[in-house]
Design a protein. Structure first.
Length: 306
């Protein structure tokens, strides 16, 4: 993000217990050949973000939130939600106070539950719930890369939309909608579908429980961040994202989203699906419904502080 021409200032925030102090990260990034001003901010554990992030957040157009505990082997998404929901709430609360018009891009798992929870809390506060955006871009990045590995095409020429949600069977790559991916034999699609779904778990296991996807997530988050900023600057862009939506019977859903000067300007329809994808969509929605409900229940009994 420090090299994006639409960025004037980059604010780096972390807790004071972070292995690398945010001011150190800021100093490192400040040496890049760009016109971006980079500043670091930190807060002690136990303090309230809304009371300590005024300087960090005031004036922000985009807040990217890679917060929370990473998923560990054997941990369910519900287990993770209990840990991360309050962490996300603290940051979202600060955004509501100091930069209420900003797009808040959440990279906080489980995204399927965290985003509905935070968006509904935003709505209760009188703010735009579509300013809360779930970052699912890594699913698209992975699908594109895996298709490239099979077909020999360069990943930059592939654009597989991934709809549904951002966990397990709710991750639904629509391979039929990309011309290159559509050439893959139908018999190979179920395994490719499962590979895309399980890619995050593959990374968690490969790191022996010492972390989850970070480098690829940084790449994917930056891709979405740049798209959002381009939209805010007047150049409409389209990326898949998990947002409040009315294109299905579910209140939150991942699909192609158009970003413009107002942030989310349009949530695009799913498009034509083949028989396999139609079946998969039904499975994905059934699972996603319960995960959304977890978030809605959290929002029903919580509110953002002033």
């Amino acid at each position: 993000m420090a090299t994006d021409r639409n960025v004037k200032e980059l604010a780096i925030f972390d807790l004071s217990v972070a292995m690398v102090p945010p001011k150190g990260v800021a100093a490192d990034l400040s040496h890049l050949e760009s016109a971006v001003a980079v500043n670091g901010y930190e807060m002690d554990v136990g303090k309230s973000p809304k009371d300590h992030l005024s300087e960090c957040l005031t004036g922000c157009s985009l807040v990217m939130v890679p917060a929370g505990m990473p998923r560990k082997p054997g941990m369910t998404r519900d287990d993770l939600f209990k840990v991360n929901a309050d962490i996300a709430k603290g940051i979202v609360e600060a955004c509501a106070k100091h930069c209420p018009a900003a797009i808040v891009a959440l990279i906080v798992n489980p995204v399927n539950s965290i985003v509905p929870a935070m968006a509904e809390l935003y709505a209760k506060k009188g703010l735009n719930p579509q300013n809360i955006v779930g970052v699912t871009t890594l699913d698209c990045v992975r699908a594109n890369k895996f298709v490239a590995g099979i077909t020999g095409a360069h990943p930059s020429s592939i654009d597989v939309p991934v709809i549904g949600g951002h966990a397990g069977i709710t991750i639904m790559p629509v391979f039929s909608q990309d011309p290159i991916a559509a050439k893959i034999p139908a018999s190979e699609i179920p395994d490719l579908d499962k590979k895309t779904q399980d890619a995050g778990t593959e990374v968690v296991n490969a790191k022996n429980g010492k972390g989850s996807a970070t480098l690829s997530m940084a790449y994917a988050g930056a891709r979405l961040g740049k798209g959002i900023l381009a939209g805010l600057a007047g150049q409409k862009t389209v990326e898949c994202a998990y947002v409040k939506s009315d294109i299905t019977e579910l209140p939150y859903f991942t699909s192609k989203v158009e970003f413009g000067k107002g942030g989310v300007t349009s949530v695009l329809p799913i498009g034509v699906l083949n028989a396999y994808e139609t079946q998969r969509l039904a499975e994905a929605k059934l699972q996603l419904k319960g995960e959304i409900e977890t978030g809605l229940q959290y929002a029903a009994v919580n509110q953002l502080a002033d």
